[in-house]
Design a protein around this ligand. Sequence first.
Ligand code: PEP
Ligand code: MN
Length: 353
Amino acid sequence: MPQQVSSPTSPLLTPRPLLIAGPCSAESERQVLTTAENLRRNTRVQIFRAGVWKPRTKPGGFEGIGAPALKWLVKARQLTGMPIATEVAVPRHVEATSDCGIDLLWIGARTSADPFAMQELAETIGRLCPDTPVLVKNPVVADIELWIGAIERLRDAGVKNIGAIHRGFRSLGHEIYRNHPRWSVPLELHRRMPQLPLISDPSHIGGRRDLIAPLAQKAMDMGFDGLIIETHPEPDVALSDKDQQITPHELSQLLDSLQFRSMRHDADEPLREFRLQIDQLDAELLEILSRRMVVSQEIGCYKRRHGIPVVQTERYENVLLSRIASGEGMGMSSEFIGRLFALIHEESIQKQL
Ligand code: PEP
Ligand code: MN
């Protein structure tokens, strides 16, 4: 059993919902200060973010201002009182952020996908600023072990306040999302590490302004602990991620429209009742599935005795189509029933073999 990540002790990670906002990149002192002041005045955002070193897929794009922009963030903190956050990817970045006392760090999706980079980064943070909270973005690929591995490297290096950011996973082809959310992955992370604060990044998942509100609401409905949203005074001229940034005023309207819930409720009475019903139904489901597998095994013996091959495509097709039709009649999607019966069929073949 892996050693668990304990609850963070930093007050920076405790407000619910935890709201982080600011530009994708720090571009100029004026842009940084205007955004921070506007956020402070018009929203409930608690932490100001801005990327200083920008990981770009190809060289030649805007790669951030680098260390000189850190002093704009420090100035934004002096002006607004908001704690400041930025992304670190290599030890040199951590040296610079710890020199000027950046309050919170995040690790980007490309870095968390690289165990060597993560190990070096974790050791540097553990050595220079173990109390600084660190949020780990999910790796670009939907590999939960890699995400957990990155978190464990930080924990093992002595970093005390760790959280996670769900920013979606690289999608191939033409999908509506820039990065596919695959909600089951962050939910599995929460199941495996229940103490870990889990923040949603609808800006990088959606990649489009109009997708931010519905994605943020979905994350809140699922009980995420907070949101990180990219905010720029003039999104159309932003030097990075311009299609997904919104103004502080738009952010304020968006936050007003959201309904916040928390994953960390103690179960109240009606909820306990519902859960008892679910437990009962799951027990029945398992019982029925195991009976179905016993019949599969018997079919397997029969087929073997009579020289009949295990897989018969036509029968499988008919079973699948009829289950999908019945399931749809009961209000379930064809995709869900298709996937469910494909899994059951696969297991059933194993039993017959
Ligand atoms: C960012 O937050 O600006 C960023 C680069 O994010 P990601 O690592 O999720 O692409
Ligand atoms: Mn960005």
